[in-house]
Design a protein around this ligand. Structure first.
Ligand code: ATP
Ligand code: MG
Length: 389
């Protein structure tokens, strides 16, 4: 297995000081699959204090959980002491964390066999639960007793679905049955964590796997009223943008339903607004005149406009092609599609004798509407003349 130099350096420092150290978890899984790991985590029998003594630049990321971030080659790497998770009484967090001298104990606490492999500095893989075999068979399988694992931490239920979508794997039957049994446990998972997993699922190469939520009958435990999300297979071709994938999944919903769901899951407002706007416009026919295209551009901007076309393309290809052509012409002509490029400003109107206040806003809006209709009117003299009439 190919380990990056910075990671090798960290493992070497720990090994030279007499400690065991391995790359572990997602990075091993991804490397074996030939995918680029997002981050490299390291597990060691050195205590956090010992790790801090060995490296010049460290950050106390989660000392209580045994994690120190080591800065190496301009990057941060989480180095965590081998640990066992104590009992889980709340269905989400271990009551206590205990350090252990045994690598196998640390691997045992991990969620799925494919996430429970460690890799030494020389590339040798420690695979105690058949992770490589499951990678080959494209299976997501719990480490140990599936019922216990989902009872301990219900977030694992959503992680299973998310990995199925990211890797295009199946969930092994025993784990799948157990996952369904423990669905009610999901009420212990914070809304933020639920959203993070749903985002990863929707941004994956298989967003249509969102259907697993309903197959496993999880929806009642995810939100107050979790609506019917559904992605067409073509959603996988959409750019990996949260608001766009959420809009795509919300085709069957009202705009308010989508808004309420994203708000309940504590989504950032920008995603809520952009996804809702896209869904709202998706439900309406595309404009088929240049004036209509300018109005739409003025409402949602060029970026959202292009995203809207991507959504429309699959059900109204001709209309989408025509709108794209019209948009290209409007942009090439430099037509005014924003108040910012209107040839008169509020100040001009005041100078022309309009009282500041709501009337001024109304007048500006009327002039802007006329310009959207007929871009050739966007000249100061013409607009001021229109104002007088
Ligand atoms: P990603 O590609 O999203 O980073 P990952 O598998 O690396 O996927 P992380 O959340 O970064 O996921 O966690 C790193 C490792 O920690 C996992 O591979 C797994 O071994 C372990 N892990 C993470 N979350 C859990 C959990 N809820 N229960 C058990 N083990 C977990
Ligand atoms: Mg990771």
């Amino acid at each position: 297995m190919n380990i990056p130099e910075s990671v090798k350096d960290i493992l070497a420092v720990l090994n030279t000081a007499g400690f065991e150290a391995y790359a572990v978890g997602g990075c091993v899984r991804d490397s074996v699959l030939g995918r680029e790991p997002e981050d490299w985590d390291i597990t060691t029998n050195a205590s956090p204090q010992e790790v801090k003594k060995l490296f010049r630049r460290t950050v106390d990321t989660g000392i209580a959980h045994g994690t120190v971030t080591v800065l190496q080659g301009g990057q941060g790497f989480e180095v965590t002491t081998y640990r066992l998770d104590g009992s889980y009484s709340d269905g989400r967090h271990p009551d206590s964390v205990t350090f252990t001298p045994e690598l196998c104990e640390d691997l045992k606490r991990r969620d799925f066999t494919i996430n429970a492999m460690a890799c030494a500095a020389d590339g040798e893989i420690v695979d105690l639960f058949g992770g490589r075999e499951d990678l080959r068979r494209r299976l997501i399988r719990c480490v140990g007793n599936a019922d216990e694992r989902f009872r301990e931490d219900a977030l694992r239920i959503l992680r299973a679905l998310r990995f199925a979508a990211q890797l295009d794997f199946h969930i092994e039957e025993g784990s799948w049955e157990a996952l369904k049994r423990h669905a009610p446990n999901l009420i212990h998972v914070s809304k933020e964590r639920i959203l993070t997993e749903l985002n990863k699922l929707l941004l994956s190469p298989h967003p249509e796997r969102i259907s697993l939520i309903y197959e496993a009958k999880l929806s009642a435990y995810l939100a107050e009223s979790f609506p019917r999300l559904c992605c067409a297979p073509w959603a996988a071709e959409l750019p990996e943008k949260k608001h766009l994938r959420w809009a795509a999944a919300a085709k069957a919903l009202d705009v308010t339903e989508l808004r309420e769901l994203l708000r309940e899951l504590k989504s950032d407002l920008d995603t809520v607004d952009c996804a809702s706007l896209l869904l709202q416009k998706w439900k309406k026919p595309l404009p088929d005149t240049a004036a209509g295209v300018r109005v739409l551009l003025s409402e949602i901007g060029a970026e959202r406009f292009d995203e809207l076309l991507l959504l429309k393309q699959h059900e109204a290809a001709d209309a989408a092609a025509r709108a794209a052509e019209l948009k290209a012409a409007v942009m090439a002509a430099g037509d005014c599609i924003s108040l910012k490029t209107l040839a008169v400003s509020g100040r001009d109107l005041i100078q022309a004798g309009v009282q500041p206040g709501p009337v001024l806003g109304q007048k500006l809006k009327e002039l802007f509407q006329s310009v959207l209709e007929r871009p050739e009117l966007n000249q100061r003299e013409i607009l001021l003349e229109m104002l007088e009439k």
